[in-house]
Design a protein around this ligand. Structure first.
Ligand code: DGL
Length: 361
């Protein structure tokens, strides 16, 4: 009897000591770092200038992904990083075929258990467009962070290295999971849907002026204060895995004294969809309306957007969309309305269904 009591207490003591040893070992072992893949596409973040003060007139897309990673050794403290050079282009040359290649690679990588997040280095000129396109077609909740810089890698106070470091730690963070595609520059976390480039050259150019950023990156840690409300990534109906081409969708820009020439030429070029970047609340100048109406009658889907940059284009506001069978573009910029319309046309040409998509994504 006495022996049994002693053996039970000895076993309990051994169990306790074993747990203490495990806990101590766990504390001494470094935390497991996330696996983050960097997909490089070019841009200023990979750019070089003739001197350290060359911040305009430099050459974008010259530094390879290996050199980008080597330039920021601190990255290895926050993630296990691998790099792939998907393209090496200035982003004004980004095309639909680039987007399809990039999206397919992202989805293949994120389906792998050994990839926890992805960073895409990109030129800033069309960064918001690539980010929004991926926001609609990535099929994973894992973080995808698009990053660029406003100064080339050779410049005084180049912003690329800290932007890349922040993007990698964000892509490896649990906090970023399920928030859709993110854009991270200038210590700020932006949503792909709402962010836009607001200044031609300054480091704080990316803003979601009225709807605001999602959070900050400070001291090597992401801080979120909000999440996107529109559907994205795994919640969308768009799947590009079997697509080799995207429908041709163009944008016609309105201004005082505008005529129908641009609309007619874009339709004649074979556009399946046309975004009208109207003045004000998506207003249609009298000289343009007949050309848009004729295009709709030929089967072209028309989206009324606005050049203004903020605010909702009201359906049946400045034009009778019900009568014209047009789609109102919600608060998306013309360049983002083009992306949503392009993907919508891979699913349907029903304008009622497409209008619902503009209220959903
Ligand atoms: N050519 C522009 C681009 O690749 C440079 C701007 C930048 O990347 O910041 O988007």
């Amino acid at each position: 009897m006495l022996f049994q009591r002693y053996s039970r207490s000895a076993a309990a003591l051994f169990g306790f000591l074993f747990c203490v040893a495990l806990a101590a070992q766990a504390q001494t072992q470094p935390a497991k770092l996330p696996n983050v893949t960097i997909l490089a596409t070019g841009g200023t973040i990979a750019g070089t200038g003739a001197t350290s003060t060359t911040t305009v007139g430099y050459t974008a897309a010259t530094v390879g992904v290996g050199a980008l990673i080597q330039a920021v050794p601190e990255i290895t403290k926050v993630a296990n990083v691998t790099g792939e050079q998907v393209f090496q282009i200035a982003s004004e040359n980004m095309g639909n075929e680039h987007w399809l290649t990039l999206a397919k690679r992202v989805n293949v990588l994120l389906a792998q258990a050994n990839v926890d997040g992805i960073v895409i280095t990109h030129g800033t000129d069309t960064l918001e467009e690539t980010a929004y396109f991926l926001n609609l077609v990535v099929k994973s909740k894992k973080p995808v962070v698009v990053v660029g810089s406003m100064r080339p890698s050779t410049a005084l106070s180049a912003d690329g290295p800290i932007n890349l470091y922040n993007a990698v730690l964000l892509a490896g963070s649990q906090e970023a999971v399920g928030r859709g595609v993110l854009v991270a520059l200038n210590d700020q976390i932006q949503s792909a849907r709402d962010v836009t480039k607001t200044n031609t050259t300054t480091a704080d150019t990316f803003k979601a002026t009225e709807l605001g950023m999602l959070g900050y990156i400070q001291g090597g840690k992401p801080y979120f204060y909000r999440s996107p409300t529109r559907k994205h990534t795994v919640e969308t109906e768009f799947d590009v895995s079997s697509l080799s081409v995207l429908p041709q969708v163009e944008i016609a820009y309105a201004h005082a004294n505008v005529g129908p020439v641009a609309v007619e030429a874009l339709v004649a070029s074979g556009a399946k969809g046309l975004v009208h970047a109207g003045v004000g609340n998506g207003s249609l100048p009298a000289k343009v309306r007949p050309a848009l109406s004729a295009a709709r009658k030929k089967g072209v889907i028309i989206v009324r957007s606005s050049r203004v940059g903020q605010g909702i284009v009201a359906r049946n506001g400045e034009a009778n969309d019900d009568e014209l069978d047009f789609v109102a573009g919600d608060n998306l910029s013309p360049q983002k309305a083009r992306i949503l319309l392009m993907l919508a046309l891979t699913k349907t040409t029903n304008t009622k269904d497409i209008q619902k998509m503009f209220g959903t994504y």
